[in-house]
Design a protein around this ligand. Structure first.
Ligand SMILES: Nc1nc2c(ncn2[C@@H]2O[C@H](COP(=O)(O)OP(=O)(O)OP(=O)(O)O)[C@@H](O)[C@H]2O)c(=O)[nH]1
Ligand SMILES: [Mg+2]
Length: 353
């Protein structure tokens, strides 16, 4: 499952954001609690709803994302050993920046403070490892160690220029050589601007807020805006009440859908669907993943016994109205292991065993 870690300075609205996306309610989530919280979010996808309408399955299973809410400032967390562990395994950072009750310039300063801290923490790890590695390569010839040494040196040089590691282009081999370190500044970052209530109607204009704050676009980052205060209230309402409440703030949709869409875009993720009377389900894969890799996402048995994938485009299936009709009209294709799955495709894996 995709895991995203929520980080930022103290009291910027991390837990508020966590509650919004996970729709978890007040109790047990008071501010300043020391432990990290984990919450699972269903990915809203109107296409899945539509497919369920077509198949009337017993179960509809959306894709899900796990969010980790870290307590307090990332600065202490990055410096402390064990608490940071929860963050090591996340695939991306949701970096909450305070844009309410602030003075001019604070947004950019806060954001850079956090980024710098992530870089320093990585630098400490690298320096420690290099010390060891430089001795080892003198003792033995080992191409793997040489590659690691070279890669860590270029990582170090990048950090010393005060650039996060996500701005360094690594070859697949180099990436593999340093993957185990799970560097913080290598993780893609979604900057979440937590706006003031008076700006609630402008949450769709994150880019403009970013520009006004002097934040330039950087590789492997994206900006979204939420209004934590308003959205937190929204999360407590029924769907019908929520629509009315959003309208009163001029909001077209809740932050959840927008934040999740941005996370997918940031990480280059797409969805495919499996359908049937038993279950309609959305799955998350990286864009460019093959049918064989997609099969593995569902179950290793399906991957090992892979024979063929039957594939239909989302729009094709909707236009045909049923799988039978899609097959009759030749819209259901048979594809092999190497086939690259496209966003929204409906896939049925034929497998042995
Ligand atoms: N006015 C305003 N207040 C907010 C907003 N978002 C959060 N707050 C308030 O800011 C305070 C801190 O919010 P939290 O979500 O607990 O912040 P946090 O980053 O989790 O705090 P720590 O975990 O203690 O570092 C709370 O009193 C919130 O009600 C917002 O958008 N507008
Ligand atoms: Mg908190």
């Amino acid at each position: 499952m995709l895991k995203i870690g929520i980080v930022g300075l103290a009291q910027v609205g991390k837990t508020t954001f966590f509650r919004i996306v996970t729709k978890s309610h007040g109790a047990g989530l008071s501010t300043g609690r020391p432990e990290a919280h984990v919450g699972v979010v269903s990915v809203p996808d109107p296409r899945l709803d539509r497919l369920s309408g077509m198949f009337h399955p017993r179960k509809t299973v959306p894709a899900s994302i796990e969010y980790v809410d870290t307590p307090g400032s990332i600065i202490e967390l990055a410096r402390g050993g064990t608490e940071g562990a929860a963050l090591r395994e996340v695939e991306a950072l949701a970096h909450v920046v305070r844009a309410f009750d602030t003075e001019p310039g604070s947004l950019l300063r806060d954001l850079e403070t956090v980024e710098l801290e992530l870089m320093l923490s990585d630098l400490v790890v690298i320096e420690k490892r290099l010390e060891r590695l430089e001795k080892d390569v003198k003792k033995q010839k080992n191409p793997a160690l040489d590659l690691e040494l070279q890669t860590l040196r270029s990582c170090k040089a990048t950090l010393e220029k005060q650039r996060p590691l996500r701005e360094l282009t690594l070859s697949p081999d180099e990436e593999r050589a340093v993957r185990g370190f799970t560097f913080f500044s290598l993780k893609p970052a979604l900057y979440i601007l937590n706006l003031d209530e008076k700006d609630a109607a402008r949450t769709g204009q994150a880019e403009e807020f970013a520009r006004a704050a002097g934040l330039r676009h950087k590789p492997h980052t994206m900006v979204v805006a939420v209004c934590g205060k308003v959205e937190a209230e929204l999360a407590e309402l029924s769907d019908a009440e929520a629509v009315e409440f959003m309208a009163s703030f001029g909001l077209a949709e809740s932050a959840i859908a927008r934040v999740i869409r941005s996370s997918y875009q940031l990480l280059g993720l797409i969805s495919f669907f499996t359908v049937g009377e038993d279950e309609c389900r959305a799955w998350t894969i990286h864009a460019g993943a093959t049918a064989w890799e997609a099969a593995g996402e569902i179950h290793s048995d399906i991957q090992h016994g892979f024979i063929r994938a039957e594939v239909a485009g989302y729009d094709d299936l909707i236009a045909c109205g049923s799988l039978v009709e899609a097959r009759n009209r030749g819209r259901l294709r048979l594809e092999g292991k190497e086939y690259v799955i496209k966003d929204g495709e409906i896939v049925h894996f034929r497998h042995s065993g």
